[in-house]
Design a protein. Sequence first.
Length: 172
Amino acid sequence: MTSAMQVLEQSVVVFSQNYLPLCRVNIKRAIVLLVSNKAEPLGFSTAGGWRVHSPSLVLDVPKHIRLTITSGERMWKVPPVNRREVLRRDHNSCQYCGSNKRLTLDHVIPRSQGGPHTWNNVVTACERCNSHKSNRTPFEAGMQLRTKPKAPVHPTVSFAEQFWINVQANLE
């Protein structure tokens, strides 16, 4: 049997009105959304979930809920290309060797060769790799990027992609 504390540590996936997975919320937040009629259980989530008892109410909380209210989608802008954001995107590690010591920013195509200061051209590099690469492209320096640089995506899009990858993996 599951203890009350274990149930309260669970999370519920929240979908938008048009069934886009938005985020995970803790079970307490899910209960508030359900009781206030701001969300409804999703039909495909009848299997699984939790039964929560209070002095005056017994509530079945499903693993997936759908918002019934229109959430004014907040505008999300791609963050500026700066040191903090590039380090966050690259998980504080050199994109050439994987080190997390003495990190700098590197332009994949050097600015002197016409490389722009954009998300697709700036990566995190340790001082050693940055000085070895110098004023050359990775190909010219005989180096290879661990990941292709790209702009960050909206957090909801990122969550939705990961959600559907997990759903597909569970079906296989």
